[in-house]
Design a protein around this ligand. Structure first.
Ligand code: FES
Length: 104
């Protein structure tokens, strides 16, 4: 399947070791600067109506601000209850100072 790269942000706007919210192609995403890389997930926690962009990033793990469920931002897997369902992740590439996300 062809990639569907969408320009999501300037690389300079992605915080180091933190998370920010962006809208790309009409989709709200959480973008993470983690361990020198950039990662993207759906913005909503899979457990409830909390936004992961308001959470706390520790390494590759985002902690939901509402009930402290956790997800690995590299593969979306839930790593701490009460979160049990994976959050969707999106491929990311950085080119020419821009961050592109493949919305599929
Ligand atoms: S809403 Fe995220 S853990 Fe409950």
């Amino acid at each position: 399947m062809a990639n569907n790269w969408i320009d999501a942000a300037a690389e300079a706007d992605i915080p180091d070791d933190d998370v920010t919210a962006v809208v790309a192609g009409g989709v709200e995403l959480a973008l993470y600067g983690a361990e020198g890389g950039v990662y993207a997930t759906a913005i909503l926690c899979t457990h409830g109506a909390a936004k992961l962009c308001d959470g706390f990033l520790d390494g590759y793990e985002i902690e939901c601000p509402l009930h402290q469920g956790k997800f690995d931002i590299r593969n979306g897997l839930a790593t701490c209850e009460p979160a049990t369902d994976a959050v969707r992740t999106y491929p990311v590439k950085v080119e020419g100072g821009r961050v592109y996300v493949d919305l599929g």
